[in-house]
Ligand binder design. Structure first.
Ligand code: OGA
Ligand code: MN
Length: 281
């Protein structure tokens, strides 16, 4: 395996067949993943069973989240979440449609958010639908000292109302008042449990709320922090090819997706690795 780091975040790992990975190979990938936070593997050929087996090496898996249609998962494959705009027999086969997905980290409204997600591209549109990642270590390190001091010890509510496509999650009572909406409070600055490095843990902007503040003050401070997120020097985007597999660390990155032409097909299979600890300062 050879590792080619991207400038902003992540790296491409070449010379790896993820369907045939021995223990040493897996350990090298694990170390590279902790170091670079996002890894891209191109030209993979995995069955769903192989995708699940690979994912399990990182830890126990979450069952796929409920899709927007209320459907839970693919028949017989409870660990696989389908991200797709394809409609078959009048029913979407997956989630997130073809629109933009705003910056987020996966399911951080849980008390124990998943540590990692793996997204494997089966069919990709000819243009659009790129996924971008941002390095939240770099975002934290870029904050001026004054701002870092002013956020010390704060907790932020990670909204549980909407998924990253902006669709309301199954079974929630929709509220657009971030003080009332369902969600979980996590420290705004967290320490990554494996690397020991600090990150700004934002989760997602919609319905976010800084505990104990007036809403306007919370919004202003959050907007100031979010202004650091789009900086090109902290980001990297993947122009997907079929056979790409991207593994990311939800604890220290966020991701977003560009919209694409709804008449083209995009089919991705995703797994997520269960978190065992609460994000902690
Ligand atoms: C996800 C996600 C974006 C994409 O699977 O968690 O945000 O590019 N996907 O499909
Ligand atoms: Mn996501």
């Amino acid at each position: 395996m050879r590792i080619f780091p991207n400038p902003g975040v992540g790296a491409e790992a070449r010379g790896v067949d993820l369907a045939r990975l021995n223990v040493t190979g897996f350990e090298a990938i694990y170390r590279a993943w902790l170091e670079h936070s996002v890894l891209l593997f191109r030209d993979q050929r995995l069955t769903d069973a192989q995708l699940i087996a690979l994912s399990r090496r990182f830890g126990e898996l979450d069952l796929a989240p409920v899709q927007e249609t209320g459907r839970r998962f693919v028949e017989g494959l409870p660990e696989v979440y389908v991200v797709s705009n394809v409609v078959e027999n009048g029913r979407p086969i997956g989630s997130l449609g073809s629109g933009e997905a705003a910056w987020h980290t996966d399911m951080s409204y849980l008390e124990y958010p998943p540590i990692a997600s793996i997204l494997y591209a089966l069919e990709v549109p000819p243009a659009g639908g790129d996924t971008a990642f941002v390095n939240m270590y770099s975002v934290y390190e870029a904050l001026p000292e004054r701002l870092r001091r002013s956020i010390r010890g704060l907790r932020v509510k990670h909204d549980g109302t909407y998924n990253s496509g902006g669709y309301a999650r199954e079974g929630v009572v929709v509220s657009d008042d971030p003080r009332e909406s369902p969600g979980t409070l996590h420290p705004l600055v967290c320490t990554h449990p494996e690397t020991g490095r600090r990150v700004l843990y934002l989760g997602r902007r919609r319905n976010a709320y800084l505990e104990g503040f007036d809403l306007a003050v919370s919004d202003a401070l959050l907007d100031e922090l979010w202004a650091y997120v789009d900086r090109a020097e902290f980001t990297w985007r993947n122009r997907w090819r079929a056979g790409d597999l991207v593994l990311w660390d939800n604890r220290c990155t966020m991701h977003r997706r560009d919209p694409f032409d709804p008449s083209s097909r995009r089919v991705m299979h995703r797994t997520q690795i269960k978190g065992r600890e609460r994000p902690a300062a």
